[in-house]
Design a protein around this ligand. Structure first.
Ligand code: ZN
Length: 423
């Protein structure tokens, strides 16, 4: 469905571009002088320009769109987002004090900015008051602009546990309580379940290594979610806590500040993914901007070197790593946005080709939507972004995203006079 104000060309031909996607990791080559035919919200054909153009024109009237020699990739996927994030400090307090109407509009603004950064899909892993479901509905109906949203609703946490201070979590206790918590999020529309299983950076009364759930509680969450066809991801730091959770069937680890080679090997073996969120231990500038208190800043920056080492350990063990910023995905940070900055940090360890994978196809596979997204191929949704530099030369190329298409509709085009630029 599209917005009433945005008449959609039924047939659009993208040209003068080099097409590439994460299949380069498996040896496929970028395609220079490519044509991409977009029909409605999907890609109808990709290939050498002349061939694709002939097919498109044979099918009827076509609107041509010249991408000025850009590199065209799938839109980015940010697997750790909070549109309603409120950290300790003045900035967070102002978000916390918002009523439901202000909060919804604030989140909608963040969603629009995120899409314009080239992030066409997000996974929300704790949002306040179920406003994320309203936001997802509004975006899907074309009433507001934003990425495709997969959301956990409120994150499950033990009484007094990580993030309990805010309405983006739900306190539960005991296996019965956690089962109810998981079911209540699924009832509200959750696509996955998020659970806090250890302390973190933002909790004053806990440490990063504080275990927070008993085995029967976590088992209850995972069993319930899996029975309803939902994956479970966990905020988790220490290796012992993560190792036990992986054995219980956890599908994804957030942060993973203190992984050991043994636990990383177990994650790789069982297919548990890692969203490292490297930014959270290297974002002093962001914390300062929000007035985050000293105790939290110390804890965050202090965990930085170990966090990076832990990420490298996971990569060496063959763990699937996925892009996730934790900071609001659009937030202006170190000369770009948080999503791209996170991808750059990841690329320092895994290189640009695997970074492209971690930011597109890897997440899409985790989300179970590979048939629709993640590569530039016939039949998939036309969620595409264009930039001037080659992303295989460095993830910094994503700083230059200047054109964004979601579902066949151009939502950003920096060339003022461009056809579609005003849409
Ligand atoms: Zn988070």
């Amino acid at each position: 469905m599209t917005a009433a104000s945005a008449p959609e060309p039924s047939s659009l031909l993208l040209g003068n571009c080099t097409v590439l996607d994460a299949r380069v990791v498996d040896g496929s080559r970028p395609l220079p002088d490519a044509g991409v035919w977009v029909r409605g919200d999907r890609i109808a054909a990709v290939g050498p320009y002349a061939e694709v153009a002939a097919r498109a024109r044979a099918a009827g009237p076509v609107t041509d769109l010249d991408l000025d020699g850009a590199y065209l990739t799938p839109g980015l996927v940010n697997m750790h987002t909070h549109f309603s994030l409120s950290l300790p400090g003045a900035g967070g307090d102002s978000v916390k004090s918002m009523g439901p109407h202000d909060l919804a509009l604030y989140m909608a603004d963040g969603a629009r900015r995120t899409l314009h950064c080239g992030v066409t899909t997000v996974r929300c892993v704790a949002e306040k008051d179920h406003a994320d479901f309203a936001l997802r509905r509004a975006i899907a109906a074309g009433r507001t602009e934003g990425p495709r949203i997969h959301t956990a609703g409120r994150a499950l946490v033990c009484t007094g546990g990580h993030g309990h201070e805010s309405s983006d979590t739900l306190e539960c206790d005991g296996p019965v309580g956690f089962r109810h918590g998981a079911r209540s999020q699924i009832r509200a529309g959750a696509d996955l379940i998020k659970v806090m299983i250890s302390g973190g950076i933002a909790g004053e009364h806990e440490r990063i290594h504080t275990p927070q759930l008993f085995t029967d509680e976590l088992a209850a969450v995972i069993e319930t979610a899996h029975a309803w066809g939902r994956k479970v991801t966990a905020h988790a730091g220490p290796a012992e806590v993560i190792g036990a959770a992986v054995d219980l069937g956890l599908d994804c680890v957030e942060h993973g500040y203190q992984l050991t080679p043994q636990v990383a090997a177990r994650m790789a073996e069982r297919g548990t993914a890692l969203v490292p969120t490297l930014l959270v231990t290297r974002c002093k500038e962001f914390f300062d901007e929000l007035g985050v208190p000293e105790w939290m800043q110390c804890r965050s920056l202090g965990a930085g070197p170990g966090h990076l080492e832990s990420f490298a350990t996971a990569v060496a063990a063959g763990v699937q790593v996925l892009l996730g910023s934790d900071m609001p995905p659009f937030w202006h940070f170190e000369g770009t946005n948080a999503t791209v900055r996170e991808l750059e940090y990841m690329a320092e360890v895994i290189g640009p080709a695997r970074a492209l994978h971690a930011g597109t196809l890897g997440p899409v596979r985790w989300l179970g939507v590979e048939d629709d997204r993640g590569t530039v191929q016939d039949g998939k949704l036309a969620d595409l972004i264009a930039m001037d530099d080659d992303p295989l030369d460095g993830a910094a190329a994503f700083r230059g995203v200047r054109w964004v298409m979601k579902g066949g509709r151009v939502v950003r085009d920096d060339r003022a006079a461009a056809p579609g630029g005003a849409r």
